[in-house]
Design a protein around this ligand. Sequence first.
Ligand code: FAD
Length: 474
Amino acid sequence: MPDSAILWFRQDLRLADHPALMAVAERPILPVYILEDGPWAPGGAARWWLHHSLAALGRDLAERGAPLVLLRGDPRRLLPDLAAAVGATEIHAGRRTEPAGRRCDAETHAALQAAGTRLVLHRTALLHEPHQVRTGSGTPYGVYTPFSRNVFGLLEGLAPALPAPARLSTAPGAPAGLSLDELALLPRLPEPDWAAGFAAYWQPGEAGAAARLAAFLEHGLAGYADRRNDPGAAWGTSGLSPHLHLGEISPRQVWHAAQARGGKGLETFLKELLWREFSHHLLWHRPEMPEAPLRVEFAAFPWQPDAALLRAWQRGRTGYPIIDAGMRQLWQTGWMHNRVRMITASFLVKHLLQPWQQGEAWFWDTLVDADLAANSASWQWVAGCGADAAPYFRIFNPVLQGEKFDPTGAYVRRWCPELAPLPDRFIHKPHEAPEIVLRGAGLQLGRDYPAPVVELAAGRARALAAFAALKGDA
Ligand code: FAD
């Protein structure tokens, strides 16, 4: 009888293409998920997703003969006892890039070693190894384009995805663990019920991820390059981000499936997958990224924190329809289109001068795909303080962005239905509509829809002045 092993699931909640699972699939195993506390524990929307994803994984594992054990607490303390209980000599898991997770893994490794058990880490979440991919001069990458060129080259020899094991066997002595309800992941009063509308949009779990990938390949990939910036388009983008975040599907599965489909749109789509790799590369090498600007001079940026402005932005009540539509889509579905994420983020940090960390924290709590690497890298990119960032002085005008990317106003009308009767000409700028037009649409600004919280030219000038002060030009 071979030694038992523990399979520690983290952000790889699937059975197919799981190198850590395949490494132990012939042995009696104890599959375990540990809900960890600490910095950047999953936010409200992500917890909803996690609940349903664990339910799906639990069903799939039980069907194959090795039920999932759920625990909550500190792996450094829990795992040595668990290994002793099932006589496991090895614990296999996927490598993670989050600083707290990496610290925890190093300390768990040390705690296990003392008891003669090994923690073996595999690549389950990424296409590249952040600690191995380097520039020609041996440094980590800080710019996307050369990074993606290098990784594209490496991926020419990408191994095929692994199948899911057909049968598994349980290690004797496995504890019962907690029930899913005992993890208390779903919202409870007095928390807001994030989840009310989510189930209409999403199917968490490996089967849901596979179904979404198949539908995107069928309906979205060919038009991806043309439609990925249209927030109102059906299948303009894949919607795979929450599935990829929790590893219900591997990037390798997505990469191979997209390549097999081929055609127009493919290269642009693969490049987006590499943005995900790039963010994790950055987080690995710059673990301060979630909290501190990568460009250190931005630590002195003269933000003007204002609770009322922040609240108006969070609730989709700024008076700028594309911003409000995006923030309401986020609240109601746990997801926001990438183009609109960029516009809403820019508006918060530039026109409203609110610290990017405030926006990052709100997204962290409300996105079902909240991912420490992608979220912090993107917020820093928009704020102009990140690696390879958009220059601070490039300030998106939310009216012009709305008119360019949502020309018919379909997206705004969907998420801000009170604006629906406005003619297209004013759908992105109700504050410029003549009184007679507003009256015809049954709208009174300030009553049915907010008046703008900031005047765009003034907001822009204030942002540029703040930036100039930072550079010492003012
Ligand atoms: P698609 O266009 O179908 O792209 C396919 C996949 O590529 C995505 O699922 C995602 O995994 C990856 N990807 C695409 N664009 C990016 C990007 N710019 N950076 C990193 N990965 C990317 N993405 C997250 O997964 N989690 C976050 O917490 C997150 N926060 C963001 C915050 C801001 C302010 C901004 C501007 C972007 C953020 N993004 C985040 C990146 C991007 O908006 C989402 O990945 C994308 O909208 C997900 O939709 P999709 O799956 O339909 O993407």
